[in-house]
Design a protein around this ligand. Structure first.
Ligand code: CMP
Length: 140
């Protein structure tokens, strides 16, 4: 399988509860390398731009408010099949459906406040990485 890069976000519910290290440990135990990482405070407008694909969904406004409610940690994860592997480690979007041992099963509070985001495909991974990082900030 090819080496891939994916965009990960540790969300406000997790940074508020000081879970960054525990979540990073899950990525590293799964063989994902954190090759870029920064803690930032999004504005509601920036969150809205990032999640523009969900603009028509009923939860869009709530999602943007939440993502701007506290700092997030944005990251680039690298590894063999990193996009699918990260989604496996995160677990299902709704923590009620997430497999035991996954980040969302252990830490997420609800379907909205679900601790982490991960890209869903190679094209979105490339777009999402460039939304937050310049090439100079990524040292593989
Ligand atoms: P994420 O993987 O970041 O992609 C879109 C986000 O929208 C998702 O995680 C959740 O945080 C949020 N989301 C998805 N479904 C719902 C829902 N039914 N209610 C509230 N938020 C949701």
């Amino acid at each position: 399988m090819a080496t891939e890069r994916t965009l990960s976000i540790i969300k406000p519910d997790a940074t508020r509860r000081n879970l960054t290290g525990k979540i990073n440990a899950k990525f590293e135990e799964a063989g994902l390398r954190i090759i870029a990482q920064k803690r930032i405070q999004l504005t509601k407008a920036q969150a809205g731009e990032f999640y523009a694909v969900h603009k028509e969904r009923p939860f869009y406004d709530e999602l943007c408010e939440f993502m701007a409610s506290a700092p997030v940690v944005v990251q680039v994860l690298e590894g063999e099949g990193a996009i699918a592997k990260n989604r496996e480690v995160m677990g299902a979007t709704n923590p009620a459906d997430a497999a035991p041992g996954t980040i969302r099963a252990e830490f997420a509070e609800s379907v909205g406040e679900n601790s982490v985001h991960g890209s869903d495909a190679p094209e979105t991974a490339a777009e999402e990485i460039s939304f937050y990082f310049s090439g100079l900030e990524i040292v593989g």
